[in-house]
Design a binder for this molecule. Structure first.
Ligand code: ARG
Length: 458
């Protein structure tokens, strides 16, 4: 069955049918399609465009279709062009000619614009929940590790000591911003395109405020041509998803490095690792690698839709059907990645001894040695040079700054005294960093308290 055979004298070529059809993927939003149709039918009845009795019959029919799809007695089959055609045909088959009145004052253009928006809106909320669960795991790990020392890196070279809580806190901030991006998108997209018709509204007295209300939108959209051809909200969502993946990918890369034989900062749980078909000793971080790898796929969806939309004249064009498969794929991919990543970090074990030793042996306290001289009256630039010489001496001897004797210190600068050892101990280096946002456990506890508040309010 087709919704548009009347003006044609020939059958559509089968290859054209196949190329044109979208039912294989747009059946994913059958619930949203039914929900939109129920709102439309309710409004048609209230406005007297069809009778109340007809409206009720249509709504009952649609509810019946919904429950039969859900309980498995009705299957959506590929012989229809799209989910809209399937719904209308099934409705007419079930309730007869009254079903033919459902599409009064509506076009598939505003129908699909509505369905996709409803689907996306649900997924924005689902994604927000997934991220919140990830944040809860990160926050737990932060609370347990405010005094777990590790080296902080720049250029992947040991720089200054930090804590696991501090490092994970950086990701808490990133995913918190990702959630706030989703909230912004929700605010902008939450307007209802239903009633825009094909592109120019209709002459029926539709109540667009009512349908917008029934579908939990803030209100109706204000331009019918824009309503049927706007996919900005989807581009924004794909962009937010790409940023989430970029964050997850960086984190995954660190997991791979920390889990490597050379670092051994962490050990992934067996349940989240995989083996090799040939090398019996292998335990690989495949999940982290896959998350990193799938990032490209999500970026691809964003670039694809941006490119699809760039040359489309107003209003609806069939190009826009291409918004679906790649968006569905990107949404499912990101949801899967966030959830698996969460499980992976929730079950991995830290190796605090390895991390602390690593922080001790990489001159991560060199800045603190220079700061010690500054506090004793040496200008910072001179202090930098003095400690540079000491580092060179240590490299020569294969030891850490902590291992130099006081004589050796004094041979480069007489300013050094016995208290240098205390000043450059790992504990001092971390605990004295008490500026807001720094790793010092005291200030970190304040930040954690702020995160607890954020989690209970958002
Ligand atoms: N499957 C179509 C899409 O996804 C539905 C809208 C069809 N509208 C039309 N004028 N052919 O865009």
């Amino acid at each position: 069955m087709k919704l548009w055979g009347g003006r044609f004298t020939k059958e559509t070529d089968q290859l054209v049918n196949n190329f044109n059809a979208s039912i294989s993927f747009d059946q994913k939003f059958y619930r949203q399609d039914i929900r939109g149709s129920i709102a439309h039918a309710t409004m048609l009845g209230k406005q007297g465009i069809i009778s109340e009795a007809e409206s009720n019959q249509i709504i009952d029919g649609l509810n019946g279709i919904l429950s039969d799809i859900e309980n498995g007695t009705l299957t959506i089959t590929d012989e229809y062009e799209d989910i809209h055609t399937f719904m209308e045909a099934t409705l007419i088959e079930r309730i007869g000619d009254v079903g033919k009145k459902l599409h009064t004052g509506r076009s598939r253009n505003d129908q699909v614009a509505l369905d996709m928006r409803l689907y996306t809106r649900d997924e924005v909320l689902n994604m927000d929940n997934e991220l919140k669960e990830l944040l809860a795991v990160i926050l737990r790990l932060m609370k347990e590790n405010t005094e777990t020392y590790m080296p902080g890196f720049t250029h992947l070279q040991k720089a200054q000591p930090v804590t696991v809580a501090h490092h994970f806190g950086a990701y808490f901030e990133m995913f918190k911003r990702d959630r706030s991006r989703l909230h912004d998108i929700y605010e902008r997209m939450n307007y209802c395109p239903l009633g825009a018709g094909a592109l120019a509204g209709t002459t029926y007295p539709l109540d667009r405020e009512l349908t917008a209300n029934l579908l939990d939108f803030y209100g109706p959209t204000l331009n019918s041509m824009d309503s049927v051809s706007d996919r900005d909200y989807l581009i924004e969502f794909l962009s937010a998803l790409s940023t989430i993946m970029m964050h997850l990918s960086r984190f995954s890369e660190e997991i791979c490095i920390w889990n490597s034989n050379e670092y051994k900062f962490i050990e992934l749980d067996d349940a989240y690792s995989t083996g090799s078909s040939i090398m019996p000793q292998k335990k690989n971080p495949d999940i982290a690698e896959l998350v990193r790898g799938k990032t490209g796929r999500v970026y691809g969806a964003l670039m694809s839709l941006l490119t699809t939309m760039k040359g489309i004249p107003l209003a609806y064009n069939k190009d826009m059907q291409e918004d679906k498969e790649l968006s569905f794929d990107a949404i499912d991919t990101v949801k899967g990645c966030v959830s698996l990543f969460k499980g992976m970090i929730d079950t991995m074990r830290f190796n605090p001894k390895r991390m602390e030793d690593s922080a001790k042996h990489g001159f991560t306290n060199a800045t603190d040695a220079a700061d010690y001289l500054v506090k004793n009256g040496v200008p910072f630039r001179d202090a930098h040079g003095i400690v540079g010489q000491l580092v060179l001496m240590c490299i020569d001897k294969g030891i850490a700054l902590d291992d130099l004797s006081l004589e050796e210190y004094r041979s480069v600068s007489p300013v050094f005294n016995e208290d240098i050892y205390e000043a450059i101990s790992l504990k001092t280096c971390v605990e004295k960093r008490l500026t807001l946002g720094a790793p010092g456990p005291e200030v970190m506890k304040k930040v954690i308290a702020a995160y607890d508040e954020y989690m209970s309010e958002n």
